[in-house]
Design a protein. Structure first.
Ligand code: UDX
Length: 486
């Protein structure tokens, strides 16, 4: 090719293609990474699935394709590919269709690369979402190096990566009494953890070969071995021992470049979200202005989790009994089949808590977490939320639901000590009294104060990394694109 990662083309800047899955928790870090690279003079093509593109365009208008172009050394080129999903933003994403959609997006990216490879400024590297399994195949087809962007911690990655060993040693399937409480203390770089802390989709109780989800999730870790580099949206200083162990023990080329939302706001002087699949309700910020310092519990379960009616009801009752001030995000699709937030919540809840509560359908989360009125975050422990909370020094009350959220909670509670669990590990069902207690403890009691102090310490650690390890890792990445050292 004419241009590319340092193959003698002189003036041409390296061209990198980024492929995220069209879910909020992946679009955010990818869009931040695109900004970081473009601000450093890399040509970036950001692939956007049709459904996400339709929604983003509707929310932001036609300027959606390349936000904040004036601060970038190069504009980001957005290429829309089909995803087989309905583009009606009012229809919630069908989780059962996601795997099929990943394949359809793959065909679109294949077609796109065929076109881009013929251009003068042909791509020299792909950066692919960790949940996409075809990264290696497509990179081979076009003779390109590829990197995996892992939108989680290296710690949780390492737990998942070692699952085959847990299977061969008989920890998984986790059958029989006490099976989930068995401790695992032999993974290099990690403190001991229990079977309960292994990511939920692979911590199964039946034959591993018969479970397609187990196979799917394990294939992600397997594919990671073929990536030329794994970029973690995480901070080296949070988990240096596991990063080193992954490098030495498993031979991974590990590169911590997070928190990407902070790295990109450094270059763009703005932490504005550029891709929102739901309209942010900014009115909560003026409501927060009227609250006292550290007095508000922020509650949000990310973009995917849906809760059972009983769970929402116990949360609401616990919250009401606690007397705390709160900001609660309830997405329109938080419980399928229900039309309005009022119908989701116990009757009269909004009226009764009117003077101290604010319920909205989507928050400007970064601005919320940065607000001095926020005292703690009741979160499902999705990695973006964890990183955003920690970066703002906000302690967490963890209520994990799916994916590797339970694993994240382990590190939050036991390693970093920046949060507490909402429920005790062996608790079968959620109950008002536990909810009320846990909320009160994190907001008002000594244990809460201790995790807040630790969270403030990690806020500093992360801030330092933004001018230290993550910054130099990103600079080296850019340098490697320019010199072709992939
Ligand atoms: C999740 C998992 O974390 C991810 O690993 C998985 O692969 C896909 O789903 P999600 O459940 O949405 O993502 O949670 P999280 O990782 O916390 O990401 C949510 C993002 O949405 C965060 O960046 C958060 O700031 C943003 N958000 C959330 C808002 O902007 N407003 C809100 O009201 C809630």
């Amino acid at each position: 090719g004419e241009s590319g990662c340092g193959n003698g083309s002189g003036a041409a800047s390296p061209h990198v293609v980024l492929v995220p899955l069209p879910v909020q928790g992946h679009l955010n870090p990818f869009s931040s990474l695109a900004h970081c690279l473009a601000a450093s003079g890399i040509s970036v093509t950001l692939v956007r699935a049709a459904r996400a593109n339709a929604i983003v365009s509707e929310i932001q208008g036609s300027a959606a394709s390349s936000p904040l172009p004036h601060i970038l050394a190069r504009p980001i080129r957005v290429e829309v590919v089909p995803d087989g999903m309905t583009s009606d933003p009012k229809q919630p994403l069908n989780p059962n269709k996601v795997r099929e959609s990943i394949e359809i997006i793959g065909k679109g990216v294949d077609g796109l690369l065929e076109k881009l490879m013929r251009e003068k400024d042909a791509p020299c590297c792909l950066i692919i979402d960790h949940l996409i399994g075809w990264g290696h195949d497509i990179a081979l087809k076009y003779g390109l190096p590829w990197m995996m962007l892992w939108m989680g911690s290296a710690s949780a990655f390492s737990v998942g990566f070692h699952v085959p060993e847990l299977v061969s040693r008989g920890y998984i399937p986790a059958v029989g009494e006490g099976a989930k409480d068995r401790m695992i203390d032999f993974v290099p770089g990690l403190s001991p953890f229990s079977v309960r802390d292994v990511p939920k989709p692979v911590r199964i109780e039946e034959d591993t070969k018969a479970n397609p989800f187990f196979q799917f999730f394990m294939s992600i870790y397997y594919k990671a071995k073929y990536a030329d580099r794994i970029l973690f949206d995480s901070v080296y200083d949070l988990e240096s021992s596991v990063a080193e162990a992954l490098r030495e023990e498993a031979g991974f080329s590990v590169c911590h470049v997070g928190p990407l939302f902070m790295m990109s706001s450094q270059t763009s002087k703005s932490s504005a979200r550029t891709v929102n699949l739901l309209q942010e309700d900014d009115s909560c910020l003026s409501w927060l202005d009227k609250q006292q310092e550290s007095s508000v519990l922020y509650i949000s379960f990310g973009s995917v989790v849906t809760l059972e009616y009983d769970v929402i009801s116990e949360l609401a009752s616990g919250l009401e009994a606690s007397g705390l001030h709160f900001l609660w995000v309830i997405r329109p699709d938080a419980l399928s089949g229900k039309a309005s937030v009022e119908e989701l919540l116990p009757e009269g809840f909004i009226d009764r808590t009117h003077s101290r509560g604010c319920v909205i359908s989507w928050a400007p989360q970064l601005a919320v977490l940065a607000h001095p009125s926020i005292g703690a975050f009741l979160t499902h422990c999705g990695w973006n939320s964890v990183l955003e909370s920690l970066s703002h020094g906000v302690p967490m009350l963890g209520f994990p639901q799916q994916a590797e959220q339970n694993t994240n909670l382990k590190f939050i509670v036991h390693d970093w000590k920046v949060g507490l669990p909402l429920l005790q590990p062996n608790m079968q069902r959620i109950e008002l009294t536990y909810v009320q207690d846990a909320m009160t403890v994190i907001m008002k009691k000594d244990e809460g104060k201790e995790v807040r102090r630790n969270a403030l310490h990690f806020k500093k650690v992360i801030l330092n990394a933004c001018n230290g390890s993550s910054k130099s890792n990103l600079e080296k990445l850019v340098q490697d694109f320019i010199s072709g050292n992939l």
